[in-house]
Design a protein around this ligand. Structure first.
Ligand SMILES: Nc1ncnc2c1ncn2[C@@H]1O[C@H](COP(=O)(O)OP(=O)(O)OP(=O)(O)O)[C@@H](O)[C@H]1O
Ligand SMILES: [Mg+2]
Length: 293
């Protein structure tokens, strides 16, 4: 297999059979995708379109009805490769009586990471996902967003080369979402490959290099965000310090040359940026924040 590919699927197909083998569901239909080493790839699609099924097939948690897949150059049933993969499932199942430290230590032991190293990794991951304030609380006391955060830390405990995240931002507040996007971008900077699925399209647009859209188990489109989204026939400029007069002059200049002015407007901030600005400024000004999560 090509060394530049982290994931490759060949006609990957999954038919679920219900009890007694009577009713069949074609969850994934001949999927062919290639994900390059070092890229962030987003799998999109409506509910039930086959995203989680794809991830489970890649991880070898379920078996394909037809076709096959390769991860880091190896077949999906290769045991050695598993230690190079991190996975955040759609719904994490933790031992609820363990706290964050104990949970990460437990997963670290599963990967045979030495005790000292486990402690170092747990410390830095707890910091990374912003759970220092609650690290000694049992997970049964965690909110949905806090469980998602510890799930992300768990997925990274083995310092994986390939990280598969099933809806990493679900249940997170806008700050948690932003932090998670930053973590994912940082992983890319470290040369890691990330496959994620999310229903939050703007998040996907912010961080993914390439995406694929599934519907009813069938690949509809795939490509780079830029190629899929850019309007090649339009040009956008953002200009500062122009008087109304100059704007008028520019307009006539363009129309004289047969250009069409589609829109002229003042760009607005995104709601996400506004939210982050307000909350972060408030947090900065109040030193002793009591977390209410
Ligand atoms: N264990 C199963 N047995 C039978 N059918 C299943 C099973 N798991 C999933 N399916 C079916 O396979 C299809 C794809 O499901 P999948 O969970 O992969 O979708 P998804 O894209 O992850 O959806 P969501 O966005 O809701 O998480 C659905 O029709 C679902 O009902
Ligand atoms: Mg799913």
């Amino acid at each position: 297999m090509d060394k530049t590919l982290a994931i490759k699927t060949n006609n990957l197909t999954k038919v679920y059979r219900s009890f007694f083998g009577r009713k069949k569901v074609l969850a994934l239909n001949k999927l062919n995708i290639e994900i390059k080493v070092g890229e962030i790839f987003g799998l999109l699609g409506p509910n039930g379109s086959g995203k989680t099924t794809t991830m489970k097939l890649l991880l070898g948690l379920i078996f394909p009805t037809e076709g096959n897949a390769f991860l880091l150059g190896k077949a999906t049933n290769d045991i050695k490769t598993k230690s190079r993969i991190g996975f955040l499932p759609e719904e994490s199942c933790f031992y609820r009586f363990l706290n964050a430290d104990e949970t990460l230590d437990f997963y670290g032991q599963l990967f045979n990471i030495p005790k000292k190293e486990r402690k170092v990794r747990a410390d830095s991951l707890i910091k990374l996902v912003g759970l220092e304030f609650a690290r000694k609380r049992p997970l049964r006391q965690y909110s949905k967003g806090m469980l998602r955060r510890i799930g992300i830390a768990q997925a990274l405990i083995n310092d994986p080369d390939l990280i598969i995240l099933d809806e990493p931002t679900s249940g997170l507040d806008p700050i948690g979402t932003k932090e998670t996007k930053d973590i994912i971008s940082e992983l890319k900077k470290q040369g890691k490959t990330v496959l994620l699925c999310s229903h939050l399209l703007s998040d996907v647009q912010d961080i993914c290099d390439r995406i694929a859209i599934l519907d009813k188990g069938t690949l509809q489109v795939s490509g780079t965000i830029d190629n899929l989204l850019s309007h090649k026939d339009l040009v956008e400029m953002q200009l500062r310090n122009l008087s109304d007069e100059t704007v008028e002059e520019l307009k006539s200049f363009i129309t004289e040359r047969d250009g069409e002015i589609v829109s002229i407007r003042h760009p607005s901030n995104t709601l996400e940026n506004l939210f982050l600005k307000i909350v972060q400024e408030r947090r900065k000004s109040t030193d002793s924040v009591t977390h209410s999560q």
